[in-house]
Ligand binder design. Structure first.
Ligand code: TMP
Length: 209
């Protein structure tokens, strides 16, 4: 049996990584082997692209078109090298961001054509789509406060303005409202335990266990 794909989306500081850890443990308790992947990254090529996209001061003049193509390049490699073989073996893959991020960030926030982003998304992912996408939603002020509390230096995208993240957030909400079968919108201000419980309930309902 083929494996399943679940993705987590949301602007920075929504607690995606914590929830992914909880979910991976829950799936393991059900004897489901799940791998977590982060976008961009997870392959040699993807991690090199991630460094260029996020933490290379010499790449500060990157134009939005290049940015989009780099995310898509990382994605295309991730799907073919890592995701496809595992799904074929029946493993599950949890995405810490997937193609919806490109629609929200490069489409809405950077202002590139959503149509082009979607065409490139399809080209990169083929038919590897999530059955379930959790959108962790918080307001931009809270997201910024959480970012300030982090010990690590801000990467290139994290240095963007509140307006940039507001556009990404609104696009996420728009996509989630348009595709209610795939998306679940969650209040990122809930405690991490409460969020984990709601996520477990949805996973059990959708995948029947
Ligand atoms: P993160 O892994 O720490 O969330 O960082 C990934 C960053 O890359 C985050 O700021 C969102 C951004 N991003 C995009 O702009 N477009 C994309 O397609 C993806 C996957 C991420």
């Amino acid at each position: 049996m083929r494996g399943e794909i679940i993705s987590f989306e949301g602007i920075e500081g929504t607690g995606k990584s914590t929830q992914i850890q909880y979910l991976q443990q829950f799936l393991a308790d059900q004897n489901i082997e799940a791998q977590t992947v982060r976008e961009p990254g997870n392959t040699y090529i993807g991690e090199r692209i991630r460094a260029l996209l996020q933490n290379d001061a010499a790449a500060d003049n990157m134009c939005p078109e290049t940015e989009l193509l780099l995310y898509e390049a990382s994605r295309a490699q991730l799907i073919r090298e890592f995701v496809a073989p595992r799904i074929a073996q029946g493993q599950w893959v949890i995405f810490d961001r997937f193609f919806d991020s490109s629609v929200a960030y490069q489409g809405a926030a950077r202002g590139l054509s959503t149509e082009i982003v979607q065409i490139l998304n399809d080209f990169a992912v083929q038919n590897y789509h999530p059955r379930l996408t959790f959108l962790l939603d918080i307001d931009v002020n809270t997201a910024f406060q959480r970012l300030q509390q982090r010990q690590t230096a801000k990467d290139r995208i994290e240095q963007e303005s509140p307006d940039f993240f507001e556009k990404a957030r609104q696009k996420y909400l728009e996509m989630a409202t348009a595709k209610p079968k795939r998306f679940v919108i969650l209040d990122g201000k809930l405690s991490s335990e409460d969020l984990a419980a709601v996520i477990r309930e949805h996973v059990q309902k959708i995948f029947h266990f």
